[in-house]
Ligand binder design. Structure first.
Ligand code: CAA
Length: 440
């Protein structure tokens, strides 16, 4: 069977940086450690005055097409995943195609275009759509351009303000991919939830604490569902586990949950038994409350073990390096987690071809998906072409009052005029509001 997966990736970060411990925390009267240690974030990326979801997506896509020598005729579909769309009818992919058509001689009339919405999981769902389209033999030799693009902004004063971010990830999905091959098996956990939503509004209504619990519940269900089709996940069966990362502290919780699940009834649980006992089983308790309390105590003890911490340092921590510097990119978040891990592997000289990634995607509302990916032979060339850390380094560091101006600039109800802090260099720029807004 022909392998289908991600052939190439380009990442585009918003060009502004808000330093969370230095700039944001003091203004909020917070201990900087809440950000660096609690949430696990050092900075957020923001779009400059001339950037938006379309320009970031188009710039990432153009970079990818140029690097891979692609022409519009090579691309049979353009799917944009976003939860920051500004148009309820015309998909963001048509705006992106319009930008790209400015610089190529050909157009994209032959390409199927769409917009995927299911909060942050929509990027993975678009990849799934592309996979199915290719596997069904409908692609006529063409690849799919999938772009996850978001400006993850919260109302000022909302607890989520600490976890904002902005950027785009363009991915080219093909047969015989260079970066990762997708597994056929998928597991889902899905429920009608209202902890995070944007009913015709730009900024989310969010019950942050509950959203954390919903993430964990759906992820546990997805893991169980995945095992029902792919067999039990083995602790040694994957090198990295990139998860949706609204902030690294969230993944710290999800990783502990996944670890407890995976080691249960294995020699890894036996190895821990002398130190922290065996995992509580429901039948051992009078009622569910007592069982849940025992689980909480076991999890606390598990998180402190050397066995768990070593695993976390090797398998999870490398997935969080980009996120720590850019914040939440919603649909792009799990895709920068994958890149983060592979960048670290390349840096350390680890050979990843043939190794497995266990990928956990999540979207509020809510749905989680677990699937596996096999790293492809061409991974290293792809990863070495990734310049995200240079982009992160080059961002303009905004003060708190500049942050407020930038937030007001991108607030659809305010849309204040703002002189940019950086200069665009040979890129698509946003040049005005309204239905006929121009990007050039
Ligand atoms: N030193 C060390 N740690 C500290 C600290 C200090 N001085 N002060 C606080 N902390 C820790 C806290 O203990 C907490 O860690 P634990 O959860 O592990 O206990 C962490 O820092 C955050 O502190 P708070 O819980 O007090 O922070 P908060 O109440 O202001 O907000 C939040 C946290 C609810 C996650 C908020 O940022 C939020 O609403 N975020 C948006 C929603 C979100 O991202 N939800 C995630 C799941 S939903 C999802 O994944 C979809 C998506 O992308 C949005």
């Amino acid at each position: 069977m022909t392998a289908v997966g991600i052939d190439a990736v380009e990442i585009w970060t918003g060009k502004l940086k808000l330093d969370l411990p230095e700039t944001f925390a003091p203004q909020k009267g917070d201990d900087p450690a809440k950000y660096t240690k609690g949430l696990g974030l050092r900075a957020s990326s923001f779009p400059d005055a001339y950037e938006d979801i379309v320009t970031m997506a188009s710039n990432a896509a153009y970079k990818l097409m140029e690097r891979k020598g692609l022409e519009p005729d090579d691309i049979g579909r353009i799917d944009v995943a976003t939860e920051s769309a500004f148009d309820n009818s015309k998909p963001v992919s048509t705006y992106v195609a319009g930008c790209l058509e400015e610089v190529y001689d050909e157009d994209f009339h032959h390409a199927n275009k769409g917009e995927r919405k299911f909060a942050c999981i929509a990027g993975t769902q678009s990849i799934d759509d592309a996979y199915n389209w290719i596997k069904a033999g409908r692609n006529r030799g063409r690849g799919a351009l999938v772009i996850a693009t978001d400006t993850a902004l919260y109302a000022r004063g909302d607890a989520g303000e600490a976890t904002q971010g902005a950027g785009a990830v363009a991915m080219y999905i093909t047969e015989d991919p260079s970066l990762v091959e997708l597994s056929h098996a998928q597991g889902y956990g899905s429920a009608d939830e209202t902890d995070f939503l944007k009913p015709n509004q730009q900024f989310p209504s969010v019950d942050g604490k509950r959203s954390v619990q919903v993430y964990l519940s759906r992820m546990r269900e997805a893991l169980e569902d995945y095992e029902s089709v792919a067999g039990d996940v083995e602790l040694d069966g994957f090198e990295y586990a990139p998860f949706h990362t609204p902030f690294p502290g969230m993944v710290r919780k999800a990783a502990l949950l996944a670890y407890r699940h995976v080691v249960r009834d294995t020699e890894h649980e036996d190895a821990l038994a002398d130190e922290i006992g065996r995992q509580p089983r429901p039948g051992e308790f009078e009622d569910d409350d007592a069982y849940q309390e025992a689980i909480r105590e076991y999890m606390d003890a598990l998180g402190d073990t050397e066995q768990y911490q070593d695993w976390y340092a090797e398998v999870i921590d490398p997935t969080l390096s980009i996120s720590r510097e850019v914040g939440n990119w919603y649909t792009g978040s799990v895709h920068i987690a994958r890149m983060s891990a592979l960048l670290e592997a390349a840096e350390e000289g680890t050979e990843m071809a043939g190794e497995t990634l266990l990928v956990g995607s999540y979207g509020s509302g809510a749905q989680a998906e677990i699937h596996a990916e096999t790293v492809a032979d061409g991974w290293k060339d792809e990863i070495e072409a990734c310049d995200i850390y240079d982009q992160i380094e080059d961002r303009y560091d905004i003060s708190f009052s500049e942050y407020e101006q930038v937030h007001d600039r991108h607030n659809h109800e305010k849309r204040v005029e703002l002189e940019p802090f950086t200069q665009p260099e040979g890129e698509f720029v946003f040049d005005g509001w309204g239905p006929m807004n121009e990007r050039k």
